[in-house]
Design a protein around this ligand. Structure first.
Ligand SMILES: [Zn+2]
Length: 330
């Protein structure tokens, strides 16, 4: 007999549908309740199903053991003072926008008085996305390239350049039913340099467990930079070297990393102009998240909403701390 699991609702969501379903605070809480306890309330401590709803809407008092279960614990909404309606609207905008949303614009739209509150909300959502993405691993053939981000950055202008951030990008690929190559999951990291050691550490972090790098990543495609040659030789991975005699060839020979880098540069110079190096990693994670979304064009809102309702929360202080690439791929 098949066991039917509760399948999250990933149907497409137009603006009108969104407003109909999440138009009031009550509806947003209802959604969260059904997502967290699909079979109805279940006490996390004793499993009892009867409760008393406390005055604060997110606290459920177990009638058997008196445990106070929080509906928002373990979600990014935990202890928020901002109405869920505003949160859900922000998630909707971030999930459906092609170019990313500006925090100042959202602050006006949602009538959130404090810029910092808005900033923390947006970054909690980004963090939820990144946590989700950390579950996806690259495998098979991956395409790797690196680029420089920073003041007047215009691409690859010498790997030793100062004051810019080296960003290494990796995109996994797969063959569709007609044998055509498609991009799969993507990752981008702010790195110290583009040395063989850095690249090796990155490849190892992309796959778990560490000692099984070989079976997971079988081959690597790059522009042939010596670090890639060194690493692939060391790890016994097949290395396809794209010979770039004309810069225009990048599009054709390293199509996915090239597109990912172009997307990231558009975001950093677009709505989020002036992204500091400190936060670059988080913006890159967002670009990576959107890069592979075309696999599920209509489902992005519900996927992101579910990620927000199932990821552990972070504090504003943790968000303000500089990100390292290690945090992204644990
Ligand atoms: Zn209980």
């Amino acid at each position: 007999m098949h066991v039917r699991l509760n399948k999250p609702d990933y149907r497409s969501m137009s603006l009108l549908k969104f407003q109909r379903q999440f138009g009031s605070e009550k509806e947003c809480w209802e959604w969260l309740l059904q997502t967290r306890w699909p079979e109805g309330f279940c006490c996390p401590r004793c499993g009892h199903s009867e409760y008393t709803l406390m005055e604060k809407r997110d606290l459920y008092l177990c009638r058997s053991c008196r445990y106070q279960a929080s509906l928002t614990a373990g979600t990014i909404f935990h202890k928020t003072r901002t109405p869920l309606v505003k949160w859900f609207w922000l998630i909707y905008r971030m999930a459906t926008s092609k170019t990313g949303v500006s925090i100042a614009e959202m602050q006006r739209e949602l009538e959130v008085r404090d810029y910092r509150t808005m900033w923390v909300m947006a970054h909690k959502i980004r963090k939820a996305r990144a946590d989700r993405d950390a579950h996806y691993r690259l495998a098979g053939l991956i395409e790797v390239d690196e680029s420089l981000f920073g003041p007047s950055s215009s691409g690859k202008v010498g790997r030793g350049a100062k004051r810019k951030s080296v960003v290494i990008v990796a995109v996994s690929t797969w063959l569709n039913s007609s044998g055509k190559e498609e991009p799969g999951f993507a990752h981008a990291f702010v790195a110290e340099d583009a040395s063989a050691d850095t690249i090796e550490a990155m490849l190892k972090r992309l796959t778990v467990p560490v000692n099984e790098v070989k079976p997971l990543i079988t081959s690597l495609r790059s522009d042939g930079w010596k670090s890639y040659r060194k690493v692939t030789k060391k790890l016994g991975i097949i290395h396809y070297r794209a010979i770039l005699s004309d810069p225009k060839d990048t599009m054709r020979l390293l199509p996915w990393t090239h597109r990912l880098i172009a997307n990231a540069k558009a975001v950093v110079s677009g709505p989020h102009r002036g992204v500091s190096n400190k936060h670059l990693q988080r913006y890159l994670s967002e670009v990576c998240y959107r890069f592979k979304r075309p696999l599920w064009p209509d489902e992005s809102f519900h996927r992101l909403l579910n990620a927000c309702a199932t990821t552990t929360t972070v504090t504003a202080d943790q968000l303000m701390a500089p990100q390292t690439s290690a945090e992204q791929v644990q």
